[in-house]
Design a protein around this ligand. Structure first.
Ligand SMILES: [Zn+2]
Ligand SMILES: [Zn+2]
Ligand SMILES: [Zn+2]
Length: 239
């Protein structure tokens, strides 16, 4: 896939279209009952600032948690929103977040703060900001998983860190576009030589042994896959 094909695929993806439409709705609601200029700017600002922290926390303590696979009613969601992505990192169809989990999260992370700052208009514009930031995150994430070398140094660095999260040690580099919180919490690493290779980088700790006790994810996945995704793909194509 080329960058141009990626852009086309990106704008056709239902969740992206939904975010963009809902952002327009948010801006529309703000126009209908606007907050004063200062409160509007502050609501946008707080949404932009809180977003990387919300993402970091979710990625580290929810998506990489070891409790979601233990509950039958959460196992399917966990599989869909993160296990599958780590099992097969370059598979585009599961690259994007699932709308039923992302949408409530975006609203909860942004609307209350916007409301405190600027009432109804503040909540509307903060939510719209959260939705547009999500589009930006998803786009960067796509680029990181596309097989090409970015020319821009900043994007290249983002990509290398995220690739290390996928292929070297999943317990670091939780940010996608913003690594401030990784730096602060000590989970940032730039060189793979800084850390040893994690044996759970593709299964996130959901091993065949764990599956014996908590089989829900394995049941949904047709077993527990082991080994490198690329080798698994090759074996599948041969057989
Ligand atoms: Zn990824
Ligand atoms: Zn596919
Ligand atoms: Zn991850």
């Amino acid at each position: 896939m080329t960058l141009k094909e990626l852009v086309v695929a990106y704008f056709q993806y239902p969740a992206i279209i939904a975010y963009l439409l809902l952002a327009v709705v948010g801006i529309g609601l703000w126009t209908w009952r606007p907050a004063p200029l200062l409160q509007t700017a502050a609501s946008i600002g707080i949404a932009v600032l809180i977003y990387p922290l919300a993402w970091y926390s979710l990625h580290r303590w929810v998506l990489h948690s070891k409790w979601m696979w233990k509950h039958k009613w959460l196992a399917g969601t966990w599989k869909r929103i993160h296990y599958d992505h780590h099992q097969d990192p370059n598979h585009l169809e599961i690259l994007f977040g699932a709308l039923h989990t992302t949408l409530p999260t975006i609203v909860i992370a942004t609307a209350p703060l916007g409301y405190l700052i600027g009432g109804f208009g503040g909540a509307a514009i903060a939510t719209a900001t959260g939705l547009l930031t999500t589009c930006f995150y998803e786009f960067c994430h796509c680029i990181q998983h596309l097989a090409y070398k970015p020319k821009n140094k900043l994007i290249l660095m983002m990509k290398q860190r995220h690739m290390a999260h996928h292929f070297h040690d999943e317990t670091g580099n939780f940010g996608i576009t913003n690594y401030f919180w990784d730096r602060l919490f000590g989970t940032l690493y730039d060189r793979v030589s800084e850390r040893s290779k994690s044996p759970t980088v593709f299964n996130l700790g959901y091993t065949p042994e764990v599956a014996e006790t908590y089989p829900y994810v394995a049941d949904l996945s047709g077993g527990v896959a082991t080994g490198h995704p690329v080798e698994r793909l090759r074996a599948k194509m041969k057989g």
